[in-house]
Design a protein around this ligand. Structure first.
Ligand SMILES: Cc1ncc(COP(=O)(O)O)c(C=O)c1O
Length: 458
């Protein structure tokens, strides 16, 4: 450094002052910094986060085409809720809903909305179940103080969250050591006149399988006929809603089934859009409880809103529309099949490896491999996940299943668009090598075990 130059000037000239200073983290900064410094500060901190290319845990999209990225970045200023200012964005949302209704075989005109993700869609869909149930009960002069909702232990935590936040009794069908999805025989004992609905999952977070939705539909039809109780079925297609229509088009889980009244799907999972987009679609307009729709004119035009949030970006809606028109049924089918073929290739290699047993690979499943250790080992699935991450940086989650299958430990690798066949082969080799290391060292150290993550990742 030139002796006449103070450190601030030198930093301006030669680089980032946060190479040697702490990042602002506590007090609101008294003064600012140059745009370049601020950008480098944020960028350099983020470098230490997980690498999406090695992340086999998340269902969420980590890559979009450059053209889609351009749409996203050029439209970040658009406030989706401001329909007066941005009516075309609102129309594009409606186009997406109509396309999804078509994909899910809605019998006629319907309604729905964009949401922040499946969690918001589920909260809204389940609220509508609750309000519709209340309408039915009040019309029959019956009490409305004990609503319940039936679902399996294989659901995402958001369903329990809904029950707690909105005061509904959760009736949870427990899993079993060898049964990780639910069917009509599990649901039947829990349904009564206070049941606002049954939630079934298409593509569970844990193993990627589907509940027996068509069997549950038949059960609910029988209950309607025999007991006169109309219990609607909501399908949580957070992940499966963009997989089943393309990989298993003949499998009936959607509005082809009479009791399926609403469906949620995450655009930011297999809808192939970056985080921040989900969808709720009703079978018919009348399935949305009118009491939940608010009319306001803050933004210069009277608008109907049915959301838990208000202001939010329009970019992801536009990106979803981009994907729909860019890919169409043929393109989505191609992408899903490519992922599925690579998942099957990985599954075959893991079987060949001899250490593992696949979970339900012969059934309809998301493009993933769920597996566990077979036979006796001095290490467990958590150790394999830890060793693989230590040796090659792969994030491949290990976790236990929900009650009463909590003794079952599972590993799960999402096989996404960004995982090429060459990487699948490398991953299989890396898993083999991690097992060889563990065979020699005999499991992770107790200190390492304390640091292990134990969740499926989303
Ligand atoms: C079955 C299921 N439902 C709901 C959710 C929540 O979805 P989101 O992250 O889009 O809010 C997830 C997330 O993984 C899921 O797998």
């Amino acid at each position: 450094m030139n002796q006449s130059q103070n450190p601030e000037d030198a930093a301006k000239l030669y680089g980032n002052r946060f190479l040697t200073e702490d990042a602002p983290a506590k007090d609101f900064p008294a003064s600012g910094m140059s745009a370049l410094d601020a950008m480098r500060l944020v960028d350099e901190e983020l470098v230490l986060e997980g690498d999406p290319w090695r992340n086999l845990a998340t269902f969420v999209t980590t890559w979009m085409e450059p053209e889609a990225q351009r749409i996203v970045s050029e439209n970040l200023h658009r406030n989706f809720i401001d329909h007066a200012e941005y009516p075309i964005s609102a129309e594009i949302e409606q186009r997406c809903i109509r396309m999804l209704a078509d994909l899910y075989h809605a019998p006629g005109e319907t309604t729905g909305c964009r949401t922040q993700g499946s969690s918001e869609a589920i909260m809204l869909g389940a609220l509508s179940l609750k309000w519709k149930w209340k309408e039915r009960r009040e019309a029959a002069g019956k009490p409305v103080d004990k609503p319940n909702l039936v679902f399996g232990g294989d659901v995402h935590v958001v369903w329990e969250k809904f029950c707690r936040y909105f005061d509904v009794e959760p009736r949870i069908v427990r899993l079993q050591e060898d049964k990780y999805v639910i069917g009509p025989e599990d649901v039947e004992p829990h349904v009564d006149e206070n049941t606002i609905g049954v939630a079934a999952v298409l593509g569970t977070t844990f193993t990627g399988h589907a509940d027996d939705i068509s069997g549950i539909n038949d059960l609910l039809l029988r209950i309607k006929e025999d007991q006169g109780i109309d219990v609607p079925l909501h399908v949580d297609g957070a992940s499966g809603g963009f997989v089943w229509p393309f990989l298993y088009p003949h499998s009936e889980w959607d509005f082809r089934l009479e009791q399926v009244r609403s469906i949620n799907v995450s655009g930011h999972k297999f809808g192939l859009v970056y985080p921040g987009i989900g969808w709720l679609v009703f079978r018919e307009k009348s399935d949305l409880a009118e009491d939940l729709v608010f009319y306001e004119n803050y933004l210069g035009k009277t608008d109907a809103t049915f959301t838990l949030n208000f202001s939010t970006g329009a970019s992801m809606v536009l990106a979803q529309y981009y994907n729909f028109v860019r890919l169409g049924r043929e393109g989505y089918t191609h992408v899903m099949e490519a992922m599925n073929q690579n998942a099957k290739a990985l599954a075959a290699k893991l079987e060949e490896n001899g250490n593992f047993e696949l979970i339900g690979s012969d059934k309809e499943q998301l493009p993933l491999v769920a597996f566990k250790l077979a036979g006796e080992h001095d290490y467990d699935e958590f150790d394999v996940s830890w060793q693989l991450s230590a040796e090659r940086g792969w994030m491949l989650p290990a976790y236990t299943l929900p009650p009463e299958a909590e003794d079952v430990k599972i590993m799960r690798a999402l096989v996404k668009e960004t995982l090429s066949r060459a990487q699948v082969d490398r991953l299989a080799d890396d898993i083999k090598e991690a097992c060889e290391t563990l065979d020699k060292k005999g499991g992770a150290h107790p200190h390492e075990r304390k640091k292990m993550k134990r969740s499926p990742g989303f």
